[in-house]
Design a protein around this ligand. Structure first.
Ligand code: RB5
Length: 145
């Protein structure tokens, strides 16, 4: 597993934002692992959330980014895999706290609900913030996975 690989997946509602975030991920020195979808043609988000779960569980990527219209459906799908702790974030602060307190390993974004600047802020916090451990480790352990 490379610490530098960031898996990324979306449905049709998140395709355009995915393409932008892939470039930003590269600019930040990480390597995107693109799990699709590959166009704005309508698809079903559970498939892509499940694909994210598989790469997180296998260790092929330590972290991932999911995007759908709201971030909700695709995060629910990914969180069905116990290895995933996906957090839907609508602000950079939420993404920062998801890392610090929840050790979130997947960031979920709603492309139809947040603007590009907020998405970039979320991504930046997600990629640069460490888990605080301590009392939060005990709670994360209780989540299983
Ligand atoms: C697709 O139209 C939309 O339902 C999906 O992107 C997502 O918002 C579901 O949670």
């Amino acid at each position: 597993m490379s610490e530098f690989i960031i898996a990324i997946a979306c449905d049709h509602g998140g395709y355009e934002l995915k393409e932008l975030l892939k470039k930003v991920i590269i600019d930040k020195g990480f390597q995107p692992l693109d799990l699709g979808t590959d166009s704005t043609n309508s698809v079903d988000y559970p498939e892509f959330g499940e694909a994210m779960g598989k790469v997180i569980e296998s260790g092929d990527a330590p972290r991932g980014v999911l995007i759908c219209g709201t971030g909700i459906g695709i995060s629910i799908a990914a969180n069905r895999n116990p290895a995933v702790r996906a957090a839907v974030c609508h602000s950079g602060l939420a993404a920062k706290l998801a890392r610090q307190h929840n050790d979130a390993n997947v960031l979920a974004l709603g492309a139809r609900l947040i603007g590009v600047e907020t998405a970039l802020d979320c991504l930046d916090q997600f990629l640069t913030t460490d888990f605080e451990g301590g009392r939060h480790q005990r709670r994360v352990d209780q989540l299983g996975g």
